[in-house]
Design a protein around this ligand. Structure first.
Ligand code: NAP
Length: 268
């Protein structure tokens, strides 16, 4: 087998990618990264204005995925909690990007903080629906089209180090991310014979809207930072390289894997 060039390995030229949670934080950074590597990207979240801002950034970057026949970037505002609508969402994205989706990154996620004794069934269900049911259903709809077309693909779930550890007062979130890791194992096994890879990223502590309640507490920041061997918190951009590895041919022999991107937190 000839040795491919590093730039060819990580290139997403000609690929169609769907990124959920693409309006801000980690999903936004990953969407910009995939577009920069040449993918046409479909940006999904509820806030249309945030998606528009990201789409504008993609276009400013030159939209390398754009050709005379392709759009480069599209925004598809949607509420992933409406899981019955996810089949339509996969279809809409395929149609607007002009063919079968090659890469899907599930970065949308929500949190419900509080003691388990005080959280309700509704809190638990909301977190499980967005963090677990939606990625499973949407990936399944994307894979259905990949299987029918006889093409491979890469599915990347943004899990958490709380898929393999725990903290107090985030029990629905821990349950959802642990379930997501099981989903990665199950789907990667089921779809590997068809060249469809399924992996997960486990970010450490990254300052975003999701984590602002913790980052606003100086004591929490100081105590947590002491446990991060690399000595700093993560930034959304730290997830771009790992996402590219899993999405591109650079990761062609990686499936069923949880890639921690946490400054060493999980292993310390
Ligand atoms: P964030 O800044 O709050 O971004 C979350 C994204 O998900 C937003 O674009 C949000 O857009 C979208 N979203 C939430 N609910 C949605 C729904 N019902 N339908 C459609 N989109 C929805 O959070 P983040 O920190 O970047 O988190 C991204 C992922 O990383 C999550 O899965 C999170 O669990 C995971 N993670 C984060 C950290 C961290 O330290 N930040 C650590 C480990 C794992 P709308 O609100 O406009 O819909």
């Amino acid at each position: 087998m000839p040795l491919p060039s590093p730039s060819a390995l990580f290139s997403l030229q000609g690929r169609r990618a769907l990124v959920t949670g693409a309006g801000r934080g980690i999903g936004r950074a990953i969407a910009l990264g995939l577009a920069g590597a040449g993918a046409q990207v479909a940006l999904v979240a509820r806030s249309a204005s945030e998606l528009d801002e990201v789409a504008a950034r993609v276009r400013e970057g030159g939209s390398p995925g754009r050709t005379a026949a392709t759009p480069g970037v599209v925004t598809v505002p949607a509420d992933l909690a409406d899981t019955a609508a996810l089949e339509d969402l996969a279809e809409t994205v395929s149609r607007r990007l002009g063919g079968v989706i090659d890469v899907v990154v599930h970065a949308a996620g929500v949190q419900a903080r509080g003691r388990a004794t005080e959280l309700t069934d509704a809190d638990f269900a909301r977190v499980l629906t967005v963090n677990l049911t939606a990625p499973w259903r949407l990936s399944t709809e994307v894979a259905r089209r990949q299987l029918a077309a006889g093409v491979g693909g890469s599915h990347v779930m943004v899990a958490s180090m709380l898929a393999v550890t725990s903290r107090p007062e985030v029990s629905p979130y821990v349950a959802s991310k642990t379930g997501l890791l099981g989903t990665v194992r199950a789907l990667s096994t089921e779809w590997a014979p068809h060249g469809i890879r399924v992996n997960a990223l486990a970010p450490g502590y990254v300052a975003t809207a999701l984590t602002s309640p913790m980052f606003e507490q100086p004591d929490w920041r100081q105590e947590t930072l002491r446990r991060v061997p690399l000595g700093r918190f993560g930034q959304p951009e730290d997830l771009v390289g790992p996402a590219l590895l899993l999405a591109s041919d650079a990761g062609s022999y990686i499936t069923g894997h949880l890639l921690t991107v946490d400054g060493g937190w999980t292993s310390s």
